[in-house]
Write a protein that binds this ligand. Structure first.
Ligand code: SF4
Ligand code: SF4
Length: 281
């Protein structure tokens, strides 16, 4: 399997900046990240489009943000922001690189960020290799925004786990193209995928369920992402089909009640997609 189109800016309102560090904050809720991206744009507005000035402005933001990282070992680029709206383009926020030549008006300033420009230009995350085209197009259609799209497109296990649960619920594989063609089913699928966004809100500081988690990862002692797993022995429960999705949500359940509730949320939303599909048949 592999994707034959560019996942980062696929169009249709979807955009991603995950590998530039978009979500690498203890509070990675939509509201907190929107504010942060706006601040990046403001910090760079009016700065001369030349390396020394751009790098100095970037460093000032970077120093402050390093302290707020969820995974200190993973870089956060201060040059990520909301892209300026092109004349005549459909309305909507898009996350992207403010140092890219198409944004600066011609000069490539990506060397002023946290990687070399060559790395930024050529990097492709594992989703390019592990998702099928139809799966990626389905995520694009269901999550046509700057926040949820990046959370979902970068989590192959989550996408494929949701589709697997849906196949069980429907008693057969559901072709992603069939789902994408039904607006009501697509809206319910978005609600299923949005469990990830709700988990980010639940684990934001001040609203803690199980803070300090991103998807299936929590930081180890060196600040590197470490895979986390459900501790069935401590929970006194057996594995259930929903658990592959539950562990991808963040806010890892720490009690049997919390795990049962999380499974219930997943099950309810999967059923809603299946029912919408049935009604559309
Ligand atoms: S995480 Fe993947 S899809 Fe997102 S911007 Fe990076 S390479 Fe593109
Ligand atoms: S300079 Fe590179 S790492 Fe920074 S926002 Fe641009 S593409 Fe991402």
């Amino acid at each position: 399997m592999s994707v034959s189109f560019h996942l980062c800016q696929p169009g249709g309102g979807a955009s991603c900046g995950a590998c530039c560090g978009l979500y690498n904050f203890r509070d990675h809720s939509r509201a907190a990240l929107r504010e942060r991206l706006q601040r990046h744009g403001e910090a760079l507005a009016g700065v001369a489009r030349e390396p020394a000035a751009f790098r100095a402005a970037a460093r000032a933001v970077q120093e402050q943000e390093k302290r707020e990282a969820l995974f200190p070992a993973v870089r956060i680029c201060p040059l990520l922001g909301f892209l300026p709206q092109a004349a005549g383009a459909p309305q909507g926020e898009r996350v992207g690189c403010l140092a890219h030549p198409r944004v600066t008006g011609g000069v490539d300033l990506r060397d002023c960020g946290v990687y070399r420009a060559e790395v930024c230009e050529t990097f492709t995350c594992p989703s390019f290799g592990w998702l099928a085209d139809a799966q990626a197009r389905l995520v694009q259609a269901a999550c046509a925004d700057w926040y949820l799209y990046g959370l979902v497109i970068t989590d192959v296990e989550f996408v494929q786990g949701c589709l697997r649960l849906l196949a069980w619920e429907c008693g057969q594989e559901v072709a992603p193209a069939r789902l994408a063609a039904h607006p009501a089913a697509l809206a319910q699928l978005r609600a299923l995928f949005a469990l990830k966004e709700e988990a980010a809100e639940r684990s934001a500081p001040g609203a803690q369920e199980d803070g300090g988690v991103f998807g299936r990862f929590r930081p180890d002692a060196a600040g590197e992402p470490q895979l986390q797993a459900l501790d069935y022995a401590a929970l006194g429960l057996h594995a259930a089909p929903e658990d592959d999705v539950v562990v991808c949500l963040g806010a890892l359940p720490r009690s049997p009640e919390a795990l049962q509730a999380a499974r219930g949320r997943v099950r309810t939303r999967v059923r809603a997609v299946a029912e919408a599909l049935l009604r559309a048949a």
